[in-house]
Design a protein around this ligand. Sequence first.
Ligand SMILES: C[S@@+](CC[C@H](N)C(=O)[O-])C[C@H]1O[C@@H](n2cnc3c(N)ncnc32)[C@H](O)[C@@H]1O
Length: 376
Amino acid sequence: MSIAPDSGLSTPDSKPNLGVVGTGALSDWEPGLRKAKQKIVTGDARDTRLKADSVDLVVTSPPYWQKRDYGHDDQIGQESTPQGYVSAMMECLAEWKRVLRPTGSVFLNVGDTYHKKSLVGIPGRIEAAAVDAGWLVRNRIIWTKDGGMPEPAKNRLANRHEYVIHLAPKQSYYYDLHEYAETYGNGANPGDVWHINPERNMSAHLAPFPQELVRRAVMLGCPPQICTTCGAPRTRVLERTRILDPNRPQARRAMELADEAGLSDEHIRAIQATGVSDVGKATKFQSGTGRNSKSVQALAAEAKDVLGGYFREFTFAKKVTSGWTDCGHGTPARGVVLDPFVGTGTTLGVAVGLGRDAVGVDLVPMVDQQTPRAVK
Ligand SMILES: C[S@@+](CC[C@H](N)C(=O)[O-])C[C@H]1O[C@@H](n2cnc3c(N)ncnc32)[C@H](O)[C@@H]1O
């Protein structure tokens, strides 16, 4: 299978003129796009030969330092010092920055290594080097798991977590917290700990990568569609409703009080415009309502009289997707996920399943992949 070599983009050449397309449903704007595809190329993660500005998200799990020997002269992970390993990973990051679009980012799954009886601090060293190289470390996600390899040590605890570092070259990276929060946090930000147990299909590979981990990264970081003319990802347009989370007693009480007093949608929008700040002082611009005029302040004050302390509940009201941004060029394509240490191809399968195109790079093409030898 192959995807067009320029499934990425040339450098953005015109400023997008953002409008809104479709409704909240992905199905409204999917027709017209060909099916999601994957391709795998033989190569080095430090020199992928992919086009610049052609990838939206990197999701990957490199060989950890001094863990497994993949039997290739150019492999990463067998450097004699942690410094050597970190510098190889920094070469990777520089290459990935080149292939990422300006809205791209990286989810890097990396674990630590014991050396001379001590943890070496590999993830922290990578983060520090990345920050020094100008990257933004947006999250250090802790991936916890119940099971794991049995460990012989009797004087320390078995290791049951790894890290997934989210790095972005620029602040303009794409991020869809809305769908993620709906799926994993009942609408609220679910936090930076991912509890994901090994999956059944992972047994054949000694360095497994759970599909669920990839799924979360793709949902958060890879736009479903990008424009092949200007490179703008379509982003979700959100509209706040007056629907509160009925699981919270305070929210239920707030809805009762609002209904009893017959508060109008304008009252609710006024609450949302003034936010949690003091009604009288609210002057901040808030999208959807415009500058808080005297009448908005008056409506918010009326609502506060009725709701008292429950007023702020409506500032947490559910948001719904009312559409997706449209730059107007009419040249959409699927977002592209890259795994530069593709191994058995877990990332590609998940990305394609989520409607993204996917590219994998590995020194050893997947079909020839030998089971790696554990390093003592
Ligand atoms: C930890 S495994 C990836 C496992 C993968 N996430 C999966 O689910 O199967 C690391 C992979 O990196 C590859 N590799 C090692 N050094 C590399 C390099 N310099 N460039 C590209 N791939 C490399 C190995 O061949 C191996 O397939």
